[in-house]
Design a protein around this ligand. Sequence first.
Ligand code: NI
Length: 270
Amino acid sequence: MLARLLTFIVAASLSLIGTAQAQGKPELQWFGQAAFKLTTAGGKVIMIDPWILGNPKTPQELKNLDALGKVDLILVTHGHGDHLGDAVELAKKNNVPVWGPAGMNQTLATLGVLPANLAPRMNKSGTIEPFPGVKITQVHAEHSSEMILKDPVTGKDVSYAAGEPVGLIIELESGLKIYHMGDTGLFGDMKFIGEYYKPDLLLIPIGGHFVLSPKDAAYATREWIKPKMALPMHYGTNPFLRGTPAEYKAALGQTATEVLDMNPGDKKTF
Ligand code: NI
């Protein structure tokens, strides 16, 4: 009897330890606009379009690059300031690469803004596996990609070509697929991306003017991409980005997609 009880206790303890280990769930924190901190199940920290310090939607207490802790990888969808954001500073601070459009990284390296090893190049359909079980693929986005940098000699702003904008398919250890669309307008291959990559979680711009409007975003979500979950982003940071999550939800109507209700600063595990 005692032996059986002991066996039960040992088994129960082992199962508890197993549960604790399996609890490493990926976590996504939104900073407003298209900026996210993604922590993988394995504990790797990926910053996406890290516009933190100048982002009017980032809560004041989060406007601190030190407070992000260790960063393992940076992803940037295009050269606009509200996406490139603090990527250069974060890359140097953590000595980690920025994976962005090939043309953007080429310009950053050529100008000496980043050393070449921190500005590696890839292109659309290319996939990297920076950590075991984590795969990142660049896909098409319908947008533009200039980059404004200060000339160190004259102190004046200079506009540089920064490659072609991209969206990102991020597949995590659990198989969860996130589609960060970057900045984009409507394009028919969103249907292809939906069918081919089958994203679970869609991070979709809805502000309008520079990106999808709520109506366009709802159409792409419902008719083409059909994700399990969607988080509307890229709105309310400047007067042109007028679209709201309420308009997006209203335009979506009845759908199988769950629209996540998150505010800048919020975290969610998956
Ligand atoms: Ni943009």
